[in-house]
Ligand binder design. Structure first.
Ligand code: NDP
Length: 250
């Protein structure tokens, strides 16, 4: 039910943090994972690390905000492997500023990286996914559900991810493609290391508010990724599943 041998997965932002945690979960279930990011060296190292664990992993350089690069990335994976079964739209960024201080350029950068990229990658992957049925996993956030003063663009993009997920889930159900969102709580990565450095008291607030009493680690996302990529989730589509140690219900 959870076996992914013979499957090919493309994970955007798969060279570190949550993307790498998810890629590892999918690879452990047997799939070949392709890690895509702008930093080619970081992607190569991450793929190498997975291969040293006996997993099947490759690296690909791509900027997911660029439609031409996205089309090339998806075509490269599909042509090389003859198939693409699983797409994880994970690449993301943030600009921490009050809404009145955000520039249009910063707003667009966050929206392009977090939301428009999911549209571009999903659109490019659709012809491959529909051949045999497939899985799309979109990465939202607690900011898909909640608000925060420094998250106007980030929250808008992550709220958008949930609605985008629901829309394409309905459109592509006929193609046997299941589309779900994962909403991570506070996970210790480079992204949140920046937040911890910039926002006084954040660490203490996260620990106090999270019922599990700890930050998540990228490996905490491995299980949900493998599940949503596998036949075990074939009748689950359009959902947004928190993986947050209870943050969203406390
Ligand atoms: P990281 O900063 O560790 O990872 C971000 C990844 O996105 C990197 O691999 C980066 O690779 C890639 N990326 C960024 N911009 C682009 C681009 N234009 N094209 C291709 N790849 C890009 O952060 P996290 O692991 O924390 O975040 C991963 C996802 O999880 C994001 O969508 C984030 O919003 C979400 N998330 C994170 C939470 C957390 O607590 N950490 C909580 C909720 C959601 P490269 O630099 O090589 O391009």
């Amino acid at each position: 039910m959870f076996d992914l041998h013979g499957k090919v997965a493309l994970v955007t932002g798969g060279n570190g943090g949550i993307g790498l945690g998810m890629a590892q979960g999918i690879a452990r279930a047997g799939a070949t994972v392709v890690l895509a990011g702008r930093n080619a060296e970081k992607s190569r190292e991450a793929a190498h690390r997975l291969r040293t664990l006996g997993l099947k992993a490759e690296a690909l350089e791509a900027d997911v905000t660029d439609e031409g690069e996205v089309e090339r990335m998806v075509a490269q994976v599909g042509d090389k492997h003859g198939a693409l079964h699983i797409l994880v739209n994970n690449a993301g960024t943030t600009v921490r500023k009050l809404p009145q201080e955000l520039t249009l350029h910063e707003w667009r950068h966050v929206m392009d990286t977090n939301l428009t990229s999911a549209f571009l990658c999903s659109k490019a992957a659709h012809p491959w996914l529909r051949r045999q049925g497939g899985k799309v996993i979109n990465i939202g956030s607690m900011m898909s559900l909640l608000g925060a003063p420094y998250a106007a663009a980030y929250g808008a993009s992550k709220g958008g991810i949930v609605q985008f997920t629901r829309s394409i889930a309905t459109a592509w159900a006929v193609d046997n493609i299941q589309v779900n969102a994962v909403l991570p709580g506070w996970i210790d990565t480079e992204l949140t290391q920046g937040a911890r450095d910039q926002v006084a008291g954040l660490n203490e607030r996260v620990l106090a508010r999270t019922p599990a009493g700890r930050w998540g680690v990228p490996e905490d996302l491995a299980g949900i990724a493998a599940f949503l990529a596998s036949p075990a989730s074939d009748f689950i589509t359009g959902t947004a599943i928190p993986v947050d140690g209870g943050f969203s219900i406390a």
